[in-house]
Design a protein around this ligand. Structure first.
Ligand code: NAP
Length: 246
C-alpha cells in the first residue's frame, strides 16, 4: 500500500510511533525514525523495520528544536531522496493539577508536542508543495477534545494540534497535500504504564469496547491515512478510543 514512499515518523523508538513505523515498513514504505535519546530502542526498531526489505534509518533529534529539525529534514531528504509522509507522533506528558503545574511543566509539553509538530510541518511542506504530494498525520489525543484533569498542559498542546491540522489542511489542500489527525484514547505504552492497576480497571469500565487500545490500533489508521485510499480525506480528526469519547 505504501511501496516507493518515504515516511518520516517522530517518536518512533517506542509505543505508538514504533507501531506506526513497523506497519508502514510492512506496507512497503522506507522509514526515517526520529527519537529523543533511547539509542537502543531506536536501533532495534530500525533493524525490525529493515527486516521487511525496506530502507530504515534512525535519527536522534529533539523535535522542539527549530534549527535541529531543519537540519534533520535536509539530512533525511538527502539520505532517502525525499519525504512523502510525515507522522508527528513524538509527545511527552508532565501531568499535574494546574495549581502544582510549573511554568517549565507547561512550556516543555507545549514545546515538544505542539511546536515540534509545527517545526516538522514547516520544514517538510516546501518539498510536499513542490511535488504536489504529501501526507501529514498528527497524533493528537482525546484529552485535546474532552480535556482531562491533571493534563492542562497536555490537553492544550493536543487541542492546539487539532487547530494546526485543520489550518494546514486548508492551506495545503490545493497542492494535493492531505493533513489529518488521529486522536487515540487510552493506549498501552510506556506513557500509560505508570497508571495504578485500580485506576486502570476503573477506566476500562468507561470504555465501551472494554479494553485498553494497542499501539497497532493506531498504526492501522495511520497506514490508511498515509495511503492513496485516503486521498479525499483532509482536515479530519479521527478518534481511535474504543468508543470512550463519543
Ligand atoms: P511513549 O511510549 O512515551 O514514546 C514517546 C516517543 O516520543 C519515544 O519514541 C520518544 O523517544 C519520543 N520523544 C519524546 N520526546 C521527544 C522529543 N523531544 N523529540 C523527539 N522525540 C521525542 O509515547 P506513546 O504513548 O507511544 O505516545 C505517542 C504519541 O501518542 C504522543 O504524542 C502521545 O501524546 C499520543 N497519545 C498517546 C496515548 C496513549 O494512551 N499512550 C493516548 C493519546 C495520545 P525516546 O524513546 O528516545 O525517549
Amino acid at each position: 500500500m505504501l511501496k516507493g514512499k518515504v515516511a518520516l515518523i517522530t517518536g518512533a523508538s517506542r509505543g505508538i510511533g514504533r507501531a506506526i513505523a513497523l506497519a508502514m515498513a510492512a506496507h512497503g514504505a522506507d522509514v526515517a525514525l526520529i527519537y529523543a535519546g533511547n539509542d537502543k530502542a531506536a536501533s532495534e526498531v530500525e533493524q525490525e523495520a529493515a527486516s521487511f526489505g525496506i530502507k530504515a534509518r534512525c535519527y536522534k533529534c529533539n523535535v522542539a528544536d527549530y534549527s535541529a529539525t531543519e537540519a534533520l529534514v535536509a539530512q533525511i531528504t538527502e539520505d532517502f531522496g525525499g519525504i512523502d509522509i510525515l507522522v508527528n507522533n513524538a509527545g511527552i506528558t508532565r501531568d499535574k493539577l494546574i495549581m502544582q503545574m510549573s511554568e517549565a511543566d507547561y512550556d516543555d509539553v507545549l514545546s515538544v508536542n505542539l511546536k515540534g509538530a509545527y517545526n516538522m510541518i514547516k520544514h517538510t511542506s516546501r518539498q510536499f508543495i513542490k511535488k504536489r504530494y504529501g501526507k501529514i498525520i498528527n497524533i493528537t489525543s482525546v484529552s485535546g477534545i474532552m480535556g482531562n484533569a491533571g493534563q492542562a498542559n497536555y490537553s492544550a498542546s493536543k487541542a492546539g494540534m487539532i487547530g494546526l491540522t485543520k489550518s494546514v489542511a486548508r492551506e495545503l489542500a490545493g497542492r494535493g497535500i492531505n493533513c489529518n489527525a488521529i486522536a487515540p484514547g487510552f493506549i498501552g505504552t510506556d506513557m500509560t504504564d505508570a497508571m495504578p492497576e485500580s485506576a486502570r480497571e476503573e477506566l476500562i469500565k468507561n470504555i465501551p469496547l472494554k479494553r485498553i487500545g494497542e499501539p497497532e490500533d493506531i498504526a492501522n489508521l495511520a497506514v490508511f491515512l498515509a495511503s492513496d485510499l485516503a486521498n479525499y480525506i483532509t482536515g479530519e480528526v479521527i478518534k481511535v478510543d474504543g468508543g470512550l469519547c463519543m
